[in-house]
Design a binder for this molecule. Structure first.
Ligand code: PMP
Ligand code: GLN
Length: 382
């Protein structure tokens, strides 16, 4: 977590956004949309501020949001969640991940994730004193090998941390894989933590919350957030849904991390969760068109592309362009093409870089004109 001189190493997202700002390149690095979310949601936040919702909310979250989360789980997934005891509001999915891992992982406990994985996972497992075990996902189809998954989970495993839809690959785990995760968690008495922040941003493949599978609910902490669904990544309103005993354990940690967060944004995200189905499906359809635009542009530029089934990102292989090292390409890309991406190596342990070295992640959660400009610039690379 600290570099050789004891300084905090900046996250790859902060580093790449700074590079984009410095060079004026188009920032397809950090995943945030360049358009605001739905007007009703923005207006609800303004209204809440005007109405004086500006002091500490309850530690577990405001009732209006906990009820909206419970209603959302029922509407989309048929899950019955008790708003009073089985929902906890957090400062984004990030705090939900941090508080959950700190709550359940003791020194030496193992945490199994797929790899590549969102960069916060390795950092938080380390912070909790845990040992990070990984199961590889391989370009371009990212399907995990069931035998490798089975071998990674043992009696030392405290948590299996899954992320579907997945960052950075855009893969959606299939039902068989999710069922295997549940079976392994039962066999080894592990807790399942599932990061589903891209739950609504799918392009055909359906998202199945692992908590809906038989045997899963009682040992699962499900994490989501309003940032992606409502294009409000700066608001940091996230939540967990889990059995009351697990919620209590996570709340015990959260109360000394942030205590509470985001009072006026909580009712606003509740408004968002109550929007009609069409909002969610239209947003996914719009994003799908952006995926196609950027995927086509990257292919035309000479990259080999893995077309994602969900999320904000495309992973592209720069090897056909003669680049063996994505990190080198990402450093040169602002000058060579006026675009910023993120090397996939940032999502992989330093000892296991080989299979990922020439891969670069590009975000497509940007306006059409921006993506068209970016693909035109990338066309000059070949
Ligand atoms: N999990 C994944 C997989 C993500 O991509 C992100 C980043 N947006 C987060 C968690 C963090 O979410 P939040 O901004 O709600 O903390
Ligand atoms: N989740 C976003 C990404 O993967 C940004 C997260 C961050 O900046 N920490 O790009």
């Amino acid at each position: 977590l600290l570099d050789a001189d004891g300084r905090i190493a900046a996250t790859i997202f902060a580093e790449m956004s700074a590079l984009a700002a410095r060079t004026g390149a188009i920032n397809l690095g950090q995943g945030f949309p360049d358009e605001d979310g739905p007007a009703e949601v923005l207006e609800a936040a303004r209204q809440a501020i005007a109405d004086g919702v500006n002091q500490y909310p309850p530690g577990i979250g405001m009732p209006v949001l906990r009820e909206a989360v419970a209603a959302h789980q029922r509407r989309w997934y048929g899950l019955e969640v008790d708003a009073a005891s089985e929902v906890l509001v957090t400062a984004g999915a990030t705090e939900a991940l941090a508080a959950t891992l700190l709550a359940f992982v003791d020194a030496g406990d193992e945490v199994v994730t797929f790899e590549p994985s969102y960069d916060a996972y390795a950092a938080l497992v380390a912070r909790a004193g845990g040992v990070h075990r990984t199961v590889p996902l391989r370009f371009p189809d990212w399907r995990p090998d069931p035998a490798e998954l089975e071998a990674a989970v043992t009696d030392r495993t405290r948590v299996i941390l899954v992320n579907s839809p997945h960052n950075p690959t855009g893969a959606v785990l299939d039902r068989e894989t999710l069922e295997l995760v549940v079976r392994l968690a039962e066999r080894h008495d592990a807790i399942i933590v599932t990061d589903e922040v891209y739950e609504h941003l799918t392009f055909g493949a359906r998202h199945t919350p692992i908590a809906t599978l038989p045997g899963a609910w009682e040992r699962t902490v499900s994490i989501s957030s309003g940032g992606k669904t409502f294009s409000t990544t700066g608001w940091k309103i996230g939540w967990i849904t889990a059995p009351a005993s697990l919620v209590t354990a996570v709340l015990a940690v959260k109360q000394y991390l942030t205590f509470v967060n985001g009072a006026p944004f909580q009712p606003a995200i509740a408004t968002g969760l109550g929007l009609p189905d069409a909002f969610f499906t239209d947003a996914a359809a719009e994003l799908r068109a952006k995926r196609d635009l950027l995927a086509g542009g990257l292919e035309a530029a000479g990259f080999a592309v893995s077309r994602p089934e969900a999320g904000y990102f495309i992973v592209a292989d720069a090897a056909p362009l003669g680049y063996r090292d994505g990190a080198v390409l990402c450093r040169e890309l602002p000058e060579r093409a006026g675009v910023v991406g993120v090397p996939v190596s940032a999502f992989v342990h330093p000892d296991r870089q080989d299979a990922y070295r020439s891969l670069v992640r590009f975000a497509f959660c940007k306006r059409h004109a921006v993506l068209e400009d970016a693909t035109a610039r990338l066309a000059g690379l070949a």
